[in-house]
Design a protein around this ligand. Structure first.
Ligand SMILES: CC(C)[C@H](C(=O)O)[C@@H](O)C(=O)O
Ligand code: SF4
Length: 472
């Protein structure tokens, strides 16, 4: 008999029972709530006079999607009236039920997937849900964290359990070393370009291999975050000393308790003889900064590349998709990526707005200015990231370069803060680039924060690597 995968260990430990058809009832340990998927679920539950089964220590709530990121925002400020109502409703329900709610100006506030781990709310070997597709970000901690729909949010609140089908297992082994100004984001975009947006559909993906072991927690979160774009809601990385070091700084527990927990978590790894139903590998040694040219994250090429010709992109359906993407993006085949002028640059989102991302961008922006006419903006992933950046003087670097320095939240990732980028071409450190994602007619190019910063300075899509040696 072969060994067990990391996924199998967590899944089995949480099974409350098997149902006909191979489905299982899985116990859910923790849940993060945001105002869109959580606010209404709590309101409906209370309106029905029900008491949730989830305890106060199992819930962490904040309003990240509809909240304004303006530097002078109030606690319920949103561009829409319904947004303000949802924020107020979430806050009110949390107060009534005794659930922890991070107010927008608390240091604990942020995009849920950034603030949760920072506040020590994410633990290896646990099950963790949120009504948001990028909940898989937390898999970086060896947490079986996954997205649920609104009705499932209500089910978990009521029963602390969910009925689920067991996903198949996929291991993606990453080897090699990342060059200067090449990041986990570039590796994720490369995987998507090579294997498509269905690469993990139906699977739980475990990222493994020497490269993963060498990555910081923040880079691991970027990788797991992008798994949502690979077609799955489940991503995992086995916890190791890097994870434990991060947890020992954030876990609200005594050092003795943390030590005991770590001894237990060391068993959370796939056995050497574990068999995965599918295996993929990527060597990043030759990887260059990647940028998307189209309207799905798999339409990415290396920074030295050109916009592809639809004639070279496979069957008739693929060609039609490429044609449509090029028309939306106002691009023609054969154009070098670095010749494409941009109108705007954005650093934000649960993919790439942590402190290391802001440091990487600031290293390029220091002493430089964004090109004329570019609207550049940074929304730190959380208020704690914002405070840390300010303590390091990064806000002054961003502002001196011509970036707006805003507060934490999702809105500019998902085009919810008004038509600020209407019709513009934006280079963005986010994860989604479908039509109108960042606003009506907005053309989004996904890239790492370093590539975003370099492009903002040059005024065209630009390679961050020449900046590494202090050049340019
Ligand atoms: C609005 C929310 C539920 C959504 C998601 O689930 O991903 C958002 O975070 C996004 O990125 O589009
Ligand atoms: S930052 Fe963007 S991708 Fe992440 S949860 Fe918010 S809207 Fe979704």
């Amino acid at each position: 008999m072969s060994g067990t995968t990391l996924f199998g260990k967590i899944w089995t430990a949480h099974q409350a029972g098997e149902l006909p058809g191979g489905r299982v009832a899985l116990v859910i340990d923790r849940m993060t709530l945001h105002e869109l998927s959580g606010g209404y679920a709590l309101r409906d539950l209370r309106a029905a006079g029900e008491r949730p089964h989830m305890r106060a220590d199992q819930i962490f709530a904040m309003a990240d999607h509809a909240i304004s990121t303006a530097p002078d925002r109030g606690p319920h400020d949103s561009l829409s009236t319904s947004g303000s109502q949802m924020i107020a409703s979430l806050e009110e329900s949390c107060a009534a039920l005794g659930y922890r709610y991070a107010r927008p100006d608390d240091e604990a506030h942020g995009i849920v997937h950034v603030a949760g781990p920072e506040q020590g709310f994410v633990l290896p070997g646990t099950t963790h849900v949120c009504g948001d597709s990028h909940t898989c970000t937390l898999g970086a901690f060896g947490t079986l964290a996954f997205a649920v729909g609104s009705s499932e949010v209500a089910t978990v609140l009521r029963r602390s359990a969910l009925v689920l089908e067991r996903p198949k297992t996929l291991r993606v082994t990453l080897t090699g070393r990342l060059g200067p100004h090449v990041y986990a984001k570039d590796a994720a975009l490369r995987l998507l370009a090579a294997h498509g947006v269905k690469l993990a559909l139906g699977y739980v993906v475990e990222f493994a291999g020497p490269l993963v072991a060498s990555l910081s927690m923040e880079a691991r979160m970027t990788l797991c975050n992008m798994a949502a774009e690979m077609g799955t809601r489940y991503a995992l990385i086995a916890p190791d000393d890097t994870t434990f070091e991060a947890l020992s700084r954030t876990m609200p527990a005594s050092p003795e308790t943390v030590e005991l927990a770590i001894a237990h978590w060391r068993r959370l790894r796939s056995d050497p003889d574990a068999v995965f139903e599918r295996e993929l590998a990527l060597d990043v040694s030759e990887l260059t900064p990647q940028v998307t040219w189209g309207t799905t994250p798999m339409q990415a090429v290396g920074i030295d590349g050109i916009v592809p010709d639809p004639a070279d992109t496979g069957d008739a359906a693929a060609r039609a998709g490429t044609d449509r993407a090029l028309a939306y993006m106002h691009l023609e085949p054969g154009r070098p990526l670095t010749s494409i002028p941009i109108d705007a640059a954005f650093i934000g989102s649960c993919t790439n707005a942590r402190i290391s991302d802001l440091r990487a961008a600031a290293a390029i922006l220091k002493g430089r200015k964004v090109a004329d006419g570019i609207r550049a903006m940074c929304t730190p992933g959380s208020m704690a990231v914002r405070a840390q950046a300010e303590a390091e003087g990064l806000d002054r670097i961003f502002e001196a370069a011509g970036f707006e320095w805003r507060k934490s939240g999702c809105s500019n990732c998902a085009g919810r803060e008004g038509p600020i980028w209407q019709g513009l071409r934006v280079i963005s450190s986010t994860n989604r680039n479908f039509e109108n994602r960042q606003g009506p007619g907005t053309r989004t190019h996904l890239a790492s924060p370093a590539t975003v910063a370099a492009s903002a300075v040059v005024g065209r899509i630009a390679d961050p690597r020449p900046f590494a040696a202090g050049g340019r």
